[in-house]
Design a protein around this ligand. Structure first.
Ligand code: PCA
Length: 182
C-alpha cells in the first residue's frame, strides 16, 4: 500500500497526493493507495484502520516544503511537536505519538536500495535522519509501532517528496515499482 497526504497549510494541492493518485491510475497489480488527512486525530485513525487488515508493505508519502530532494526517511521518533496547526486546528506540542511507546523506530524498508533506484532515474534521492515532528513523523511512527505490535509482518517506510509535483510523481512511481518487485 502507498499513501499520500491531502492539503494543509501552504499546499492547496499536496504533491504527495498528486503522486499517489497518478500511481493509482497505473493500475499496478497488488497495489492499493490511500490519501491521509493532515490532522492528528484523523490521520491516527486512518493508519489504525489500515492495520485492521495489514498490508505486506506500507510506503507512506508526504511533502517536505523545505527540501528540493527526495528524502527516504530512516527514523520516526515518539514526538508530536507541531510547528503549525493541523487542518482541524489542533497544534500538539511535546506529546508522544504513542503513550509509553519506544523512543524511536527505524524504517523497515530497504532505504539504501530505494535511494539507489531514485538516483538511477536521475532524481536526487537521499537518506534523511529526521521526518520532523509533524504529521509525517506521526504516521510513520504509528505505522511502525502497529507493525511491530502485530509481529512485524508489514514493512513500513516513509518518503518525503519535494514540492515540485513532477518530481513527486516520478519519485513515488519509482519507489512503488521497486518495492512491488521485492
Ligand atoms: N507533509 C507534512 C504533513 C503532511 C505532508 O504532506 C509533514 O512533513 O509532516
Amino acid at each position: 500500500m502507498v499513501t499520500g497526504f491531502g492539503p494543509f497549510q501552504g499546499f492547496d494541492e499536496n504533491p504527495s497526493q498528486v503522486g499517489v493518485e497518478r500511481l493509482s491510475g497505473l493500475g499496478l497489480q497488488g497495489l492499493e493507495t490511500r490519501t491521509l488527512t493532515v490532522s492528528n486525530e484523523a490521520a491516527d485513525a486512518e493508519v489504525r484502520e489500515i492495520f485492521r487488515d495489514p498490508p505486506d508493505l506500507l510506503l507512506l508519502c508526504g511533502v517536505a516544503g523545505n527540501r528540493e530532494w527526495v528524502s527516504v526517511e530512516r527514523v520516526a521518533i515518539n514526538v508530536d511537536d507541531f510547528r503549525i496547526p493541523d487542518v482541524a486546528g489542533e497544534q500538539v506540542e511535546d506529546m508522544p505519538v504513542v503513550e509509553g511507546g519506544p523512543v524511536a523506530y527505524l524504517s523497515t524498508l530497504p532505504i539504501k536500495d530505494l535511494v539507489g533506484d531514485l538516483k538511477e532515474v536521475g532524481l536526487d534521492g537521499r537518506i534523511s535522519n529526521t521526518a520532523g515532528t509533524y504529521l509525517c513523523n506521526h504516521v510513520m511512527y504509528l505505522a511502525l509501532h502497529l507493525a511491530a505490535e502485530a509481529g512485524g509482518g508489514t514493512r513500513v517506510g516513509f518518503l518525503h517528496v519535494p514540492p515540485d509535483p513532477e518530481i513527486a510523481v516520478k519519485a513515488i512511481e519509482v519507489s512503488a515499482r521497486m518495492l512491488l518487485k521485492r
